[in-house]
Design a protein around this ligand. Structure first.
Ligand code: GCV
Length: 858
């Protein structure tokens, strides 16, 4: 026994030394290595460039770390690195405070022991306090943390302040996190893929094992710590039971080792069927003692390998995952069994409320997926163990473009809850389009559910205040990958950053977060900060408008496919229950109490009254709550159908504005992110047109009511392939039909080259020429744009869009601005297929440059 304990101590010391060594290597490397995208908001650039920063001229030269923990060592190393990088000075590490000015790191009691004059702040767990103390004729810059994590968060706060040009004195004050749980979930599979991940392969797993090189995992933990995130669930909630094999537990413990210096606790998702899947039992019934014993032994083994293991995330009885209902047991039976095994070690269970039947009867007008979570979990309120937290998606459906807040938050008063937000943009453009989500999240977090007829905004429910719960908080589905910039797009990182900031303090305005992130990531130049933050803040509404989801239609994307391009019909006629119930007369789900599914009745009375009445239901959720005729007039006075048409035009116009705004930052942003982002925004502007046209066409056909400006399929600048002279190009049907002109794409199938040509008949002038083509995931077709005999441009269809067919997932746009055209010109597209991609095309558009076509005669 004593031998075992000694071994354990030696192991802890070795781990600690290893962590320090890693940190040292990390510090030296990051100082010497060039700035790269993986540094995200931690690039530590001098805030004023080469100009001096006098506030730090007389800063203490020494740094004393009074806390002997690996996490405080991270704080120390981070300060060393950040100060050197931003201020060009290297702090001296000193063992004690005597005889010098110093930066001091420690807990209040450690600091008071060294400096009795120190007025101890009272701090909540993981909180920090920054202050300046003058004593013994010396000045101390103090970073006090309630615990090692608090010290680390304080150090990151100081560095973020320096990076934004703030003096240490300006940063003085205390902060504590709003809630104890501030976790990210990763949906990584053991084979290295990531469900709904758009930033490359897993940083944790490859080919069924934990990666040998976990450098990125350690860097990820550092990023998370810098925004106060304290937990990470490393594998998909659609969990592979092999995560619990002894070999895998050893591998996972290596991930915990690289998380530990950053105060990030590791958790895993587990399938409730694991005792049967890999445990050799013939049951996984949570009421069976052998099953409970299996879990207890498994949990003990996990803690032996990972002493600070955080707990389990569970998806059960959902989308094909096995669950306790198989044995007639409830979620509480399953959650409590796991909780009992974890409790002696201090672990917790996050049991997801995302439980619903995905084989609903579409013809049943009372069936409603939105009701499921409340119907299942509300009756169990008070039956969950105190180390169980119910993890509830923000809305009752599934991370849609807009949803109401889930009524379940107001239906669990004696149960811990956490809100699950989605950082990865599954329904929101998949990181190929700019959508800044803190604006959306804040709408949810501020929403007052009026539980018990009191003010109970969602943020105060999940932080435990509203119902006096000891546990609760924020979960963000992040899905970062091995791509240098983690999420596949530089701008998408604002969402990861924003999640951490809101989980720490949900009262932080989305605008502040956008500006801070911009300064830390790109530049403090006022033009950059104001332009980019404006772009970020408007992006959710732009996306909502052009994707066809305004008025509470949730999403109109392809829900049975990749959740990307437009496919409104995919909502209907299936068991998934994301119905919008559009018919020739009207649209929307009737969820009222009197005539509908009764979902609205799950809300506390104040909110139920708001949504139930057509007079008070907000326009932006109207069609989520009510079925109305297309001619129904909104609070704006405009009809539903005309609003749907107009909003799509507004959204597409605004998406084009994002490109123009970004271009004003040319020269103010480093070349690589500038170019990559420009490409993304240009693509997005094209995709906004695809969405606009598809959804407006679909509603025009469904409603039979014309757009009052007759815009749909009447673009005077557009000539479709069917109107061109074709050599080799052949029409094929497109599914869904509304994602291409006339429901057809033109493909080059049996030839090495095909062409489509048009005779230009409009006035001479300068035109922007766009070609709409389809870019499959596979194959790299080549296109050539030819004016008479002159090649104007060539490009390749080399994007990795989520589709292998011509439709809204793959429709893409190439634009060449400023082409001088004259009547009689022949403009042609030449397509060369490649590897099964038949150089598919849709149309060409010649848009006169403003003011030029009539006046100029090139
Ligand atoms: C991990 C949606 C997503 C699934 C996801 C599921 C969940 O249905 O499309 O990919 O599964 O939500 O949150 O469990």
């Amino acid at each position: 026994m004593i031998g075992a304990r000694l071994d354990e101590e030696v192991l802890v010391i070795l781990r600690f030394r290893f962590a320090r060594l890693c940190l040292l290597v990390f510090t030296l490397c990051t100082a010497a290595c060039a700035e790269d995208a993986s540094q995200a908001w931690l690039r530590y650039a001098p805030p004023f460039g080469t100009r001096p920063f006098p506030a730090y001229d007389r800063m203490p030269a020494s740094l004393v770390d009074l806390d002997n923990s690996p996490v405080a060592a991270s704080a120390q190393n981070e300060l060393l690195h950040g100060v050197r990088s931003m201020l060009g000075k290297t702090l001296r590490l000193e063992p004690s405070v005597t005889g010098q000015d110093a930066w001091i790191l420690g807990t209040p009691s450690e600091i008071a022991a060294a400096l009795p004059q120190y007025p101890r702040p009272s701090l909540d767990a993981q909180g920090f306090s920054l202050s300046i103390l003058s004593a013994h004729s010396h000045t101390y810059w103090i970073v006090a943390g309630a615990d090692p994590r608090g010290i680390l968060y304080g150090a990151f706060h100081v560095l973020a302040g320096i990076a934004q040009g703030q003096a240490f004195a300006q940063l003085a004050g205390s902060q504590s996190p709003a809630a104890p749980i501030r976790w990210v979930n990763q949906w990584d599979n053991l084979n290295g893929t990531i469900e709904r991940g758009y930033g490359g392969r897993s940083i944790f797993f490859d080919n069924g094992s934990v990666r040998s090189d976990l450098t990125r995992a350690g860097e990820y933990a550092r990023l998370l710590a810098s925004i106060g995130v304290n937990g990470c669930t490393i594998n998909n909630v659609n969990a592979d039971p092999r995560i619990l094999t002894p070999q895998m537990i050893q591998g996972v413990s290596r991930i915990a080792d690289v998380f530990r210096p950053w105060g990030v606790r590791l958790s895993i998702s587990v399938p409730i069927s694991a005792p049967q899947d890999i445990g050799g039992l013939d049951t996984f019934d949570p009421g069976n003692p052998a099953v409970a014993a299996w879990w207890k032994a498994k949990v003990d083994a996990l803690y032996a390998a990972i002493p600070d293991f955080a707990g389990f995330v569970v998806k059960a009885d959902s989308e094909g995952q096995p669950g306790p209902s198989h044995y007639g047991r409830s979620p509480a039976d399953a959650a409590n069994m796991l909780a009992a095994a974890l409790k002696p070690h201090g672990g917790i269970v996050l049991y997801r409320a995302f439980v619903y039947n995905h084989h609903l009867d579409w013809n049943d007008l009372k069936a409603d997926r939105a009701r499921a979570a409340y119907d299942i979990f509300h009756p169990l309120d008070g039956h969950f163990a105190d180390n169980v937290v119910i993890q509830i998606k923000n809305g009752p459906i599934d991370f849609q473009v807009r949803e109401p807040v889930s009524p379940l938050f107001a239906g669990l008063h004696q149960t811990n809850t956490a809100v699950e937000l989605q950082i990865t943009q599954e329904y929101m453009g998949q990181q190929r389009q700019l959508v800044y989500l803190p604006t959306q999240w804040q709408t949810y977090l501020d929403f007052n559910l009026h539980a018990e007829d009191r003010d109970t905004p969602l943020k105060n429910i999940v932080d435990g205040q509203a119902f006096h719960r000891p546990l609760g908080g924020y979960i963000g589905v992040a899905d970062v990958g091995l791509d240098p910039n983690w999420l596949g797009s530089d701008l998408a990182l604002a969402n990861l950053y924003g999640f951490g900031r809101l989980a720490w303090n949900p009262n932080t305005p989305a605008d502040t977060i956008a500006k801070d992130w911009t300064r830390l990531t790109f530049s403090s130049d006022p033009t950059v900060v104001s332009t980019l933050s404006r772009m970020l803040l408007s992006s959710w509404s732009i996306y909502e408008n052009y994707t066809g989801a305004p008025l509470g239609l949730q999403t109109l994307t392809n829900i049975t496919g990749p959740h990307y391009g437009p496919a409104p019909q995919s909502q209907e006629n299936n068991g998934w229950g994301q119905w919008i119930r559009a018919d020739p007369n009207g649209v929307g789900m009737d969820r009222t109490v009197s005539t509908g599914t009764g979902f609205i009745g799950q809300y506390p009375p104040v909110v139920a009254r708001l949504y139930d009445s057509l007079q008070t239901c907000p326009d932006n959720l109207l069609l989520f709550m009510h079925h109305v005729p297309y001619t129904y007039r909104l609070h704006t006075g405009k009809t539903v159908i005309q609003t749907l048409y107009d909003d799509h035009y507004i959204g597409a116009t605004e998406a084009a504005r994002l490109v123009r705004d970004w271009k004003t930052l040319d020269g103010l942003i480093a070349p690589q992110p500038y170019e990559a982002t420009l490409k993304m925004l240009e693509y997005q502007a094209g995709e906004a047109i695809v969405w606009r046209d598809a959804i407006d066409r679909w509603f025009l056909k469904m409603s039979g009511i014309p757009d009052d400006r007759n815009r749909i399929d009447h673009d005077p600048n557009r000539i479709t392939a069917s109107e061109m002279q074709l050599d080799g190009y052949m029409p094929i049907n497109v599914t869904p039909w509304e994602t291409a002109s006339g429901g057809k794409a033109y493909v080059c199938e049996d030839r090495s080259v095909c062409t489509a040509a048009l005779h230009f008949t409009r006035p001479a002038g300068w035109y922007n020429v766009s070609v709409q083509y389809f870019d499959y995931r596979q194959g790299v077709s080549t296109f050539r744009l030819i004016l008479n005999h002159q090649t104007l441009a060539t490009w390749t269809a080399d994007n990795t869009l989520p589709g292998e067919q011509p439709n809204g997932d793959t429709s893409s746009r190439f634009t060449l601005p400023g082409v001088p055209l004259r009547p009689g010109d022949v403009l042609s597209i030449e397509g060369q297929p490649n590897d099964g991609e038949p150089a598919p095309i849709d149309y060409m558009e010649m848009t006169p440059q403003p003011g030029s076509a009539e006046s100029a005669h090139p």
